[in-house]
Design a protein around this ligand. Structure first.
Ligand SMILES: Cc1cc2nc3c(=O)[nH]c(=O)nc-3n(C[C@H](O)[C@H](O)[C@H](O)COP(=O)(O)OP(=O)(O)OC[C@H]3O[C@@H](n4cnc5c(N)ncnc54)[C@H](O)[C@@H]3O)c2cc1C
Length: 528
């Protein structure tokens, strides 16, 4: 293509994509790989001068780079779950394929530019998936979606949310393990382990990944699977963004018929019975088709609610779920529905324009009595400390406070172990009960108060569960807070933190994904 035609096309595209909208910066093309960006305002000049990475990316692939003031920049920089995640990147880079990601990784190194990577944007930790004064790489346009010929494997790009995946698979009568709420992103969930409704049947969602397409620090596009780069394959199952950027996940499919599922709410007078039901299910779940997410929500009075799930299009009220369904309900949506319908139903709890915090912890138990003791300790400490939070910020600003439990049952861990090891390193002979504190509020001036309150809760719960002999250092990444990043991988079982460190040094000797991409659950910040 001639330079003049290219320039015309470039300017047309800039106009179409809203690059340099407002006081447009002037782009001069001397050749395809030599673009000079001339800022038109002093603010743009400062921005562009400061960020050589943005300039380098613009020079290499100008149509993929978006600056403050453009519609695309504005759109992509709002695509986050929580207000706590919104920062001010110097530019947004939006690649469309693995090669473009690889080139960008090289350019960002040459220009020594810090960057962040965003998939579905649901990790609600400031700086985990966004960045001030750096490049925000968003994966929204890497949209691979194809079934293998025998339909046993789905290849999916990192652009997708789980609800879209379930909807696209539905006509084929298939499902995959993924998020229990439709708006959660594919990449972050799979890289953190992944708790799905099918855990008791199939283990963690990452256990179903048969191959990762990954961009390494040298910019190369590689596969990681059981036979090729097997150490990297292991590390990616729970090791998050420490090793490279995933541009495709190949995951096992299974028949996805309708399921029996719903939200079952219980009034305050039955909360004792509800906590007993959590302990009972955690210890005694026998039917791999069942799943639960029990929670108690603070209110006046408190309310208990459990998401119940049974992978059957013909059977409801299975025996495994009787500990919950035997308690009278104040409302219930239990019915047969598709996975997409159900993940859309649970998604109503995802409310935009709030500040949000999850903070996690785990107990490891060997008897019903131990489980109940742990569940009660967690419940009592959390709810006893709520008045302290209300004394520090207006109660009206808090839109939700709740505690959730995630029983990782014996069925689950055995199913997981049968698929081969993952980075979490949990012991299949044990039973773990993870829990998550959840707080949502308005007014970012209260962020610090909420973080400190939740961190103190966590410390108090840890002390109490240690004393009871049921503490476990494992934290589920998807439910963890920013203050839990130091020492995070020390909580993985079997000394896997050290293994992950060695694997990261092998594949990323220059520490690109630790230093230039510093956000999220990084090994470098995990010495603790
Ligand atoms: C309302 C809500 C419900 C949830 N429900 C569940 C659930 O049912 N089950 C469960 O397991 N978890 C759940 N989670 C937790 C969720 O799995 C994590 O927050 C996960 O990180 C979200 O993935 P994402 O792609 O949206 O995240 P992002 O915020 O986009 O990414 C998370 C991290 O991964 C990195 N990353 C993203 N894409 C890539 C990539 N392609 N290559 C390398 N690094 C990448 C990011 O830089 C970031 O550090 C829930 C979270 C929320 C907020």
């Amino acid at each position: 293509m001639h330079t003049s035609t290219l320039l015309g096309a470039a300017l047309q595209l800039c106009a179409l994509l809203g690059i340099f909208a407002g006081a447009a910066a002037k782009i001069e093309l001397t050749s395809r790989s030599n673009i000079i960006v001339q800022p038109q305002t002093s603010a743009q000049a400062a921005e562009i001068t400061r960020n050589s990475g943005c300039i380098g990316l613009t020079a290499a692939s100008w149509a993929l780079v978006f600056y403050p003031g453009s519609e695309v920049y504005h759109y992509e920089n709002q695509e986050f779950w929580s207000l706590t995640e919104i920062l001010a990147p110097s530019c947004v880079f939006r690649p469309t394929n693995a090669q473009e990601v690889g080139n960008a990784v090289k350019i960002l190194q040459t220009t020594n530019t810090k960057f962040a990577v965003r998939g579905g944007g649901h990790m609600g930790i400031a700086g985990a998936n966004n960045i001030n004064d750096g490049v925000l790489m968003v994966l929204s346009n890497i949209t691979t979606f194809r079934l293998s010929q025998d339909q046993t494997v789905l290849s999916v790009g990192p652009s997708y949310k789980w609800g879209d995946v379930y909807g696209l698979l539905q006509p084929s009568g298939l499902a995959v393990q993924g998020g229990r709420l439709s708006p959660i992103g594919v990449p972050g969930l799979l890289l953190g382990g992944g708790i799905s409704f099918y855990g008791n049947e199939r283990g963690f969602a990452c256990d179903d990944v048969v191959n990762y397409e990954i961009i390494l620090a040298d910019g190369s596009v590689q596969d990681a699977n059981k036979s090729f780069n097997p150490d990297l394959y292991f590390a990616l199952k729970g090791g998050s963004s420490n090793f490279g950027i995933i541009t495709r996940f190949d995951i096992e499919t299974f028949p996805g018929l309708k399921v029996w599922a719903g939200v079952y709410s219980i009034s305050a007078e039955y909360i004792t019975a509800f906590l007993e039901a959590i302990a009972n299910y955690s210890m005694n779940a026998k039917d791999p088709k069942s799943a639960v997410i029990p929670a108690v929500v603070a209110g006046d009075p408190n309310i208990a609610a459990v998401i119940l799930f049974y992978n059957s299009d013909t059977v409801g009220f299975p025996d495994d779920l009787l500990p919950f369904t035997n308690i009278p309900s104040i409302s219930s949506t239990l019915a047969f529905k598709t996975l997409q319908q159900f993940s859309d139903e649970t998604a109503v709890v995802v409310v935009p324009d709030l500040n949000d915090l999850f903070a996690s912890g785990t107990i490891r138990v060997t008897s019903y009595q131990q489980a109940l003791t742990g569940i009660n300790l967690i419940y009592n400490i959390f709810f006893d400390r709520i008045p302290l939070l209300y004394s520090q910020m207006p109660k009206e600003n808090i839109t939700i406070i709740e505690i959730d439990w995630e029983p990782i049952t014996s069925l689950w861990l055995k199913a997981s172990a049968a698929k081969g090891p993952n980075a979490l390193g949990l012991d299949p002979t044990q039973i773990y009960i993870c829990y998550a504190q959840v707080v949502e509020w308005t007014g970012s001036q209260y962020n610090r108060i909420v973080y400190d309150w939740a961190a103190e809760n966590e410390k108090t719960i840890t002390d109490a569960t240690q004393e009871a002999g049921i503490y476990d250092p494992f934290h589920y990444m998807g439910d963890s807070a920013g203050f839990q990043i130091p020492g995070f991988y020390n909580g993985y079982g079997l000394g896997n933190g050290a293994k992950l460190e060695a694997i990261s040094r092998k594949y990323d000797p220059k520490r690109v994904f630790q230093n230039l991409m510093p956000g999220g659950f990084k090994l470098a910040h995990s010495e603790g």
